[in-house]
Design a protein around this ligand. Sequence first.
Ligand SMILES: [Zn+2]
Ligand SMILES: [Zn+2]
Length: 192
Amino acid sequence: MTELNPTLTPSEEPLTYCEVHPDRETALRCNKCGRLMCAECAVPTPVGYRCKQCVRQVESTFFNATQRDDVIVAVVAGLAGALLGGLEKAIGLPLLFAVLLGLPAGGAIAEVALRAIQRRRSRYSPQIVAAAVVIGGLAGALLVTYIRLSGIARGGAVPLNILAQSIISDLGLLLFVGLAAAACYGRFKLRS
Ligand SMILES: [Zn+2]
Ligand SMILES: [Zn+2]
């Protein structure tokens, strides 16, 4: 890859203009394809200024996941979320611990999910992983609550409203699951 110097050239050079906006004078070039671009067209990236086309191209090679990968992410993150959500409900973590452990729990789920898909991601995998953690986490907690309540009810039916109430009123669980989902979302947004 050739790295063109993006700094301005001295004024003796003939004037050059943005390739998209011919009325705008510029000497800034995309450091990948070399096209001239104005401040509006230039996209700052960790490797220097690039044109929008080149950024899009890199994005589409970055988003290399198949639909199968998205499904794997949903299943893995959902199951891991269910495990941790159920565990949180079973232990009944104090609020402070639920908050402190939410982000690292999400980080761990994200790592497991990323390994399962060999770090291939799609444009939507951050949303998918976050949704899976929320749904899985709440489902896991519901299951634990159901098992506990049906033990008390001795085989009798557990009223749905009591079941729902025990989830909605559990601030520690909601924060734990929410933070875990946020951590997963953030981790999947990162390009590594
Ligand atoms: Zn370019
Ligand atoms: Zn322009």
